[in-house]
Design a protein around this ligand. Sequence first.
Ligand SMILES: [Zn+2]
Length: 113
Amino acid sequence: MCEWGNTVVLDVPPTTDIRFNCDESKPKTRVTVDRCLAPEIRTLWHVGIRTTGCCCGHGGSGFIGVVDDDIPAMELLGYEHAPHPTYPERRDNFIPKTKVPDGISPPRHWPQL
Ligand SMILES: [Zn+2]
């Protein structure tokens, strides 16, 4: 989630197990994501991908993070790896397929999900 004020809160489907980063014993039931990425994230959840975080990039480079066990599934879905800014050896970040025009923040009137 980012500080751009253009996010939506999504209900995590019961079939997708997403855990809190700080206390992994508790499943998340709601997640805040950038509005423009919401359809893609919901689609990934629908096929069982467990996301760990995401950002559309707001005209820059975005990412979708997934749990390590779901990296092969993301590769099968045709996702390309995104470089991790802090740990270059990590392979759990992927480039979103949702394209936001360069230099444009997603408009606030994009559909609420
Ligand atoms: Zn963002």
